[in-house]
Design a protein around this ligand. Structure first.
Ligand code: C2O
Ligand code: CU
Length: 512
């Protein structure tokens, strides 16, 4: 059989055929693209909507606020105030009726409030009964580097570390927490943290509310995520809030003026604290102590690690709610959304009694701040270069990043080169901002600080005085206090040396 070739159908002119194909493909692509775009936009919209959280209006304020007990130090034969602290695992009902495994100090969750005065010599016996090595760091304290409780002073399981120093700084609300390298977030989130209050004679002479838990109330703010059984779930941003380890809290007050000592002990969440009824209050202190004069305001921003002392006036029967409003992280609308910039939380209901004890008016002057000598200060510039690096380097316990000469004043210029929010904390001292976000520091940041938020592309410039303690072998830290960043290595080390001394880094010591 032979095949006769089919008479060729007259081919359409190649050009018009190609055009039709092209057109079809284009329409197809456009439709696909449109669909993809719609789908992406839809997913993004859902993710975006879900990224913000709030408990405002959802709480019943059913639980009385827990007040951490005041530790009772004993005096040793040298006249030192001795505190015995045990880091221990335990069980707590963080959600009422739902026991969860937690860690604490001398208890199952959080720790006692330590209190000492300027001039006191203190000795802290810290015993580690946790299942892993830890440390205990005295955040905000001026002290020798080997007493600092940073990653270099590891306390092995079952052993005790006993640092001692003399308190020599103004009255302040400091705190303590573990600092084991790479594990800090885990240890604090589990519950190891507490307040360390300092007094000084000038501050004690002021007419300020000072009865612990009565008219001087600690407010330790932490966000958590709970699983269905009320156990702690690991997270960077939690959607439930605990105050002093209390869920759904209220506190009763019975005097006209009440002081609240706010501490943000959260992993990564920033707050912007005020009241639901918009009332103004007086900010009287920041990280390192009292302001020179009270500052009347309606909001106090708090990034992780920062403290603020406020005094609030109440009328009989008042029931305002301490609330966190949207914090200004300085991020773009999208990034900020995922870092909690749109989140709001009811924190604590305050119930004022039907009759209130009269309080003396707040003093107009609170403290005298010795000026720091900017003219004599040398400038040191640091750059946050990622969520795990400073000046392009990740934390290395064996590397000294900065060497400072004792009894000098320096101007530190810390720039955030990343697109996201960080803060910056320095051990050993309290600093004074001279420039913040391109201008003069706002009044609420005019006091002593040891931790400062730095939004993307912004710079904080501050004066810091390095006094008393020189040790070329033992470093202090500076780092981001967003705990996961710190753990990943957004941290560096400095030693304070005598003039001409060389740093001699040593491997971390183990106590045990
Ligand atoms: Cu509160 Cu180095 O930390
Ligand atoms: Cu950070």
């Amino acid at each position: 059989m032979t095949t006769t070739p089919m008479p060729a159908r007259p081919a359409p002119p190649a050009r018009s055929r190609r055009r039709r194909l092209l057109l079809g493909a284009l329409i197809g692509l456009l439709a696909l693209g449109l669909l993809g775009l719609l789908a992406t936009a839809g997913v993004l919209a859902i993710v975006y909507a879900r990224a913000s959280t709030s408990n405002v209006g959802q709480l019943g304020f059913t639980q009385p606020l827990k007040i951490p007990p005041l530790a009772e130090p004993r005096l040793d034969s040298d006249g030192r105030k001795v505190f015995d602290l045990r880091l221990q695992p335990g069980t707590s009902e963080l959600l009422p009726g739902k026991p969860a495994e937690t860690w604490g100090v001398n208890g199952a969750y959080l720790g006692p409030t330590l209190r000492a005065s300027r001039g006191d010599r203190v000795l802290l016996n810290v015993t580690n009964q946790l299942p892993e090595s830890s440390t205990l760091h005295w955040h905000g304290m001026h002290l020798p580097a080997r007493a600092d409780g940073n990653p270099h002073q590891l306390i092995d399981r079952g052993s005790t570390w006993s640092p001692t120093w003399t308190i020599d700084q103004p009255a302040a609300t400091l705190w303590y927490h573990p600092h084991p390298h790479g594990r800090t977030e885990h240890h604090i989130y589990r519950g190891v943290a507490g307040l360390f209050l300092l007094d000084d004679p000038e501050a004690s002479a002021l007419a300020l509310p000072r009865r612990h838990g009565v008219d001087d109330i600690p407010v330790i703010i932490q966000d958590k995520r709970f699983d269905a059984d009320g156990r702690l779930d690991r997270t960077t941003l939690g959607d439930d809030i605990l105050i002093n380890g209390t869920y759904d809290p209220h506190v009763e007050v019975a005097s006209q003026l009440v002081r609240f000592r706010l501490l943000n002990a959260s992993t990564e969440r920033s707050y912007n604290v005020g009241f639901d009824d918009g009332r103004a209050f007086e900010l009287i202190g920041t990280d390192g102590g009292l302001l020179e004069a009270p500052h009347r305001t309606t909001r106090v921003p708090l990034s992780p690690g920062e403290r603020a002392e406020i005094v609030v006036a109440f009328r009989p029967g008042d029931r305002p709610v301490l609330r966190s409003f949207e914090p200004d992280l300085g991020e773009n609308f999208f990034g900020g959304r995922f870092d909690g910039a749109d989140d709001t939380f009811d924190l604590l209901q305050v119930r004022a009694a039907a009759r209130l004890r009269p309080s003396p008016p707040l003093p107009a002057r609170l403290a005298r701040h010795a000026p720091l000598d900017q003219a004599a200060a040398t400038t040191r510039r640091l750059e946050i270069t990622g969520s795990d690096s400073i000046d392009g380097r990740t934390m290395d316990l064996g590397r000294i990043d900065q060497v400072v000469t004792v009894n000098t004043t320096e101007l530190w210029e810390v720039h955030n080169r990343t697109g996201s929010f960080h803060n910056f904390h320095v051990h050993d001292l309290q600093f004074k901002l001279v420039e913040y976000r391109g201008g003069a520091p706002p009044r609420y940041l005019a006091g002593w600080k040891d931790t400062i938020p730095i939004p993307p592309d912004q710079t904080a410039r501050f004066l810091a005085q390095f006094t008393d303690y020189a040790d070329p072998t033992a470093p202090y830290m500076f780092h981001c206090h967003l705990l996961r960043h710190e753990d990943r290595g957004l941290m560096g080390q400095f030693v304070v040396v005598r003039p001409g001394q060389e740093p001699q880094p040593r491997a971390p010591s183990h106590h045990g």
